[in-house]
Design a protein around this ligand. Structure first.
Ligand code: AMP
Length: 395
C-alpha cells in the first residue's frame, strides 16, 4: 500500500478535525534556552498546511532522554514558546501527553488551535510501543500525520502503534518525510552515476550493513574517520594507537573480500593527520602511522583524492566525519569534504548527525541538495531496511 502525503488528504480530512501530528522538536537546549530552532522551523510547512485547512492540531514529540520519567529539565515548554512565536498564535502545553486533562483539552480544541503535548518519553510506554499508551494517544484525534523522520527507524508508540490505529485514508506523512523518501529513496535507488558514498565516524560496526548495501549500489565508497583504521588493520597495515574495533576485524576482512567482487571501489585514506593524543594541540601529516601516535584526521593527499571523486560524481551520499571534527586542528578533512560536496555538481545528500552539523558549521547548508533530518534513520534507509514508522504509514 502506498504512503499518503499530507497534501494527498482531502481538505475535508482537516475541516474541523483534530489532527495528531508527530513532529521532531528534539532541539538542543542550554538550560531552558533553545540553541538551534532548525527542527521547529523545518516542521512549519506541515503544521501550517493542516492549520490552513481548518484542523485543530495536537503536536507530539520527544526531547532528550528522560528514561520514562517526568523531568522538568526536558519539558517541551521552550519548544512550545518558540513555536508560538513562529506561528504567532497561542500554543497550549498540558503537563502530560496522556490522561484525563489532556483528553479534555483535546476535545475542546477549536479549528486553528494548537496544543503541544508534553514530552512523550516521560512515559516508558512510548519506547516500548505499548498498545494501551498508543490507544490513548490515538483517541485524541481523527487524523494522524507523522513528520518525525529522525524517529522513523524506531518502533515507538507515537510513530508505529498510533499510526496503526488510523485508517489508511486518515494517516499521512508530512512534507519533511516526503522529501526524505524522495531523496533517500529515488535518488539512491536510481542514482545519477557515478554514485559516490563517503562514510566516516568512529565505528565501523555501526556501518557494516550500510557498507554491504553500498558495495552493490555505489561506484565508489570513500572511508575516513576512525572506522578506516579498523579496515586498514584488517588489511595488515600499521595504525599505531588509532581507534580500532578489534572485535570487528573479522567482519572488516569479510568486507574487504567482498570488494573484489563488488561494483564499488573502496578507497581508504593514504595519509593521515596524527597526534599523540586526542588533546594534542597540533597534528602532523604522514603516510605512515608510527606506533606512538594515532590518526585523528585524513591527510591532504586523501582530501585531494576524495575531493576529485566527489567533483566527478553524479550523486554523493555522505555520512560521518573524516576525523575528530569537534577539534579545529582535526577538522580540516571533514571541512574539506564538506566544501568539495558543496562545490560538486552532483546530487548531494547528507545523512544527518555529525556530517549535517559540519555542513551547518561550514555555512554550506544552501549548497547541499538534501540534508537528512535523521542520522540513524537515513543509514537504515540506505541500507535497504523498511523503517518501522514508514511501514506503519503504509499499513
Ligand atoms: P559516529 O557516531 O560513529 O558517526 O562517530 C562520530 C565521532 O567519531 C565524532 O565524535 C568524531 O570525533 C569521532 N571520530 C572521527 N574520526 C576519529 C578518529 N580518527 N579518532 C577518534 N575519533 C574519531
Amino acid at each position: 500500500m502506498s504512503i499518503n502525503i499530507i497534501s494527498d488528504l482531502a481538505d475535508k480530512a482537516f475541516d474541523g478535525q483534530r489532527v495528531f501530528m508527530r513532529v521532531d522538536f528534539n532541539v538542543p537546549l542550554d538550560g531552558s534556552k533553545i540553541t538551534d530552532d532548525a527542527r521547529i522551523v523545518a516542521a512549519l510547512p506541515t503544521i501550517k498546511h493542516a492549520l490552513e485547512r481548518g484542523a485543530s492540531l495536537i503536536l507530539a514529540s520527544h526531547l532528550g532522554r528522560p528514561k520514562g520519567k517526568a523531568n522538568p529539565a526536558l519539558s517541551l515548554e521552550p519548544a512550545a514558546a518558540r513555536l508560538s512565536e513562529l506561528l504567532r498564535r497561542d500554543v497550549i502545553l498540558p503537563d502530560d501527553c496522556v490522561g484525563d486533562g489532556v483528553r479534555k483539552l483535546a476535545s475542546e480544541l477549536e479549528p486553528g488551535q494548537v496544543m503541544l503535548l508534553e514530552n512523550l518519553r516521560f512515559h516508558k510506554e512510548e519506547k516500548k510501543n505499548d498498545p494501551e499508551f498508543a490507544a490513548q494517544l490515538a483517541a485524541l484525534a481523527d487524523t494522524y500525520v507523522n513528520d518525525a523522520f529522525g524517529t522513523s527507524h524506531r518502533a515507538h508508540a507515537s510513530v508505529v502503534g498510533v499510526a496503526g490505529r488510523f485508517a489508511h485514508a486518515r494517516r499521512a506523512a508530512g512534507f519533511l518525510i516526503q522529501r526524505e523518501l524522495e531523496f533517500l529513496g529515488s535518488a539512491l535507488e536510481e542514482p545519477k552515476r557515478p554514485f559516490v558514498a563517503v562514510l566516516g565516524g568512529a565505528k565501523v560496526s555501526d556501518k557494516i550493513g550500510v557498507i554491504r548495501a553500498l558495495l552493490k549500489k555505489a561506484d565508489a565508497i570513500l572511508v575516513g574517520g576512525a572506522m578506516a583504521y579498523t579496515l586498514m588493520k584488517a588489511q595488515g597495515k600499521t595504525v599505531g594507537k588509532s581507534l580500532v574495533e578489534d572485535e570487528r576485524l573479522e567482519e572488516a576482512r569479510k568486507i574487504l573480500e567482498l570488494v573484489s567482487t563488488s561494483r564499488a571501489a573502496l578507497l581508504l585514506p593514504s595519509d593521515h593527520g596524527v597526534a599523540e593524543s586526542f588533546d594534542s594541540a597540533e597534528i602532523t601529516y604522514t603516510k605512515f602511522i608510527g606506533s606512538d601516535v594515532a590518526g585523528f584526521d585524513i591527510g591532504p593527499e586523501t582530501v585531494a583524492a576524495f575531493s576529485k571523486r566527489i567533483a566527478n560524481a553524479g550523486t554523493v551520499f555522505w555520512n560521518g566525519p573524516m576525523g575528530v571534527f569537534e577539534k579545529a586542528p582535526m577538522a580540516v578533512g571533514t571541512m574539506s569534504v564538506a566544501k568539495a560536496l558543496a562545490q560538486s555538481k552532483a546530487v548531494s545528500i547528507v545523512g544527518g548527525g555529525d556530517s549535517a552539523a559540519a555542513i551547518r558549521v561550514a555555512g554550506l547548508r544552501d549548497e547541499i541538495d538534501h540534508v537528512s533530518t535523521g542520522g540513524g534513520a537515513s543509514l537504515e534507509f540506505v541500507e535497504g531496511q523498511e523503517l518501522p514508522a514508514i511501514a506503519a504509514l503504509r499499513g
